[in-house]
Design a protein around this ligand. Sequence first.
Ligand SMILES: Nc1ncnc2c1ncn2[C@@H]1O[C@H](COP(=O)(O)OP(=O)(O)OP(=O)(O)O)[C@@H](O)[C@H]1O
Length: 599
Amino acid sequence: MPNQDSKTPRVPTHSPIKGLLVYAIPYTRLFAGVIALVILYNLTQVIQPYLVKVAIDRYLLVKNSVLSPLIQIGFLYLAITLVGLLANLYQTRVIASAGQQIVRQIRIDLFSHIESLSMDYFETHDTGRLITNVASDTTRISQFFTQFLLSVIRDGLTIILVMGAMLLLNWRLGLLSALVIPLIVLISAIFRPRLHKIYNTTRSRQSRLIGFIAENLSGMRIIQIFHQEKKQLDAFNQLNLPYQNANVNEFRWDVLFNRSFDLLGNLAVAFMAWAGGLAVFHHSIKIGVLYAFISYIQQFFEPINSLTQNWNTLQSSMISFERVSSVLATSPTLKDPDPPYPLNPSSVPLLGQVDFDHVSFAYKPEAPILQDISMHIAPGQFIGIAGETGAGKSTLISLLARFYDVSEGAIRIDGIDIRQIRQDDLHKIVAVVQQDVNLYSGTIADNIRLFRDDISLEQIEEACRITGADIFIRRLRQGYDTWLTPHGANLSTGQRQLLAFARTILLDPKILVLDEATANLDAVSEMAVQKGLMEVAKNRTTIVIAHRLSTLRYADRIFVLDQGRIVESGTHDELLAHNGYYAHMIHKSAWMLEPTGSA
Ligand SMILES: Nc1ncnc2c1ncn2[C@@H]1O[C@H](COP(=O)(O)OP(=O)(O)OP(=O)(O)O)[C@@H](O)[C@H]1O
């Protein structure tokens, strides 16, 4: 049984065809079966004109012809047609099934590889291209097996058998027919580079269009709020029209390419009728032989036509495979350590101490974002990070979750450099709750347990009770079975945050990082979220990026960032008393006007 869930994609080779064939290796026996069926089918096709030739020359064009051998030939012809039909049906079914299994494996490899790539890849690569890679490119690749490979085997064999039959029947006429082969090669050589370029253009334009659609669908709310529909439609058209033109151009060249062979085929039949007709006229061949030859020439061009049509399929599958291979060939910039630090939380429990040790970081070398950050966070502390927009707060937590590696210094958890910890393990220790909580199509319960079957409904209910999410869930008609849409449109921001807290309780990370979302909440929801946050923060180190500084009133310590540097640290009261940058932020902030306000 082929490896279906392997995490290691097959190494892309330089030649796309070789790369594809590597995927076909586990199915060698199936392909051998297909070849056997193809041979059977082809033999039936070659025998048919021969039977007609025998019927004409031996029984029809002779004096006192008898009917019974003709009837026998008729039945034989019928039986052979039936065998050919069955062989053809079965070969198509087997190869289609093999092709789909191979492509399923390619999709698994591709998707799991994309999942393993580091954040910088997603920032520098278009989502549309990745969607096209997984969805449409892999479908085109499947055509390599279901159409092209089948065609090469079937049509290649037909050509050989038909050529052999013609040479056996009359070698002179057979050789004359072979003259078309160099012409076929010449036409293919002329069209090939052009078609390759054309297919490439179509695929890239399609990716751009899909990327645009994906981006717009996720940002539809903003588009409508800012009345950007018309502008976006125009932008869409700017991409749609070139895509249409590329498709039309591709179609035009495909037709031109295929019709060239049609023309060549018709010319060959006409030539054979003329040359063979002359031979019949001079009695050097019988009329039945001429009939068989004309049939064979037509049979010869059928596979040529099919091959040329499938040659287009080959080209587009090759381009799709090249595109998929280029993703598979990308290594994640962040690699797991080898060997990783031997964590064993059951024997040596983690405490959750976090140290930033002279950390500097830049997304691009010329623009430093964080500079010389040092923070010591004791286990179980509740820490706030404050700073103006763009100060580097989110970047700081991205480094702790190791979405990026520090440029200088080190981040340690319980004294272990996070680069020594496997990323899977690190993400079990450090959970990040973003402002924008990701929800998936599924029930509330599914979204809290994150589709892990080992978590019972009782555990989910308990987590929701602790965080206070159960209050709103119980009010819903279907409670925990309420179906959620991917963007959680049927829940408020505060409710989504509470679900995220319940998730966190079940994940039970030692360190919780929260990109706080209370800035946009009304007072009642804010209180609910604050309460949930205090519950979820119990027994774990919690780092909160506060957009609403009142969240930090009870923090054990607040680190204040300005332009990527820590400029102050202390408790809320200490920082206010210090009357520095933080106090200035508090005074500047509109929220300080709230009656519940800060100091
Ligand atoms: N992926 C990225 N690539 C390049 N630059 C980035 C990236 N993410 C953030 N930056 C830049 O890094 C700087 C710090 O951004 P960051 O998001 O960390 O700030 P922040 O303090 O969290 O801001 P906010 O409060 O608005 O969320 C900004 O100048 C931003 O433009």
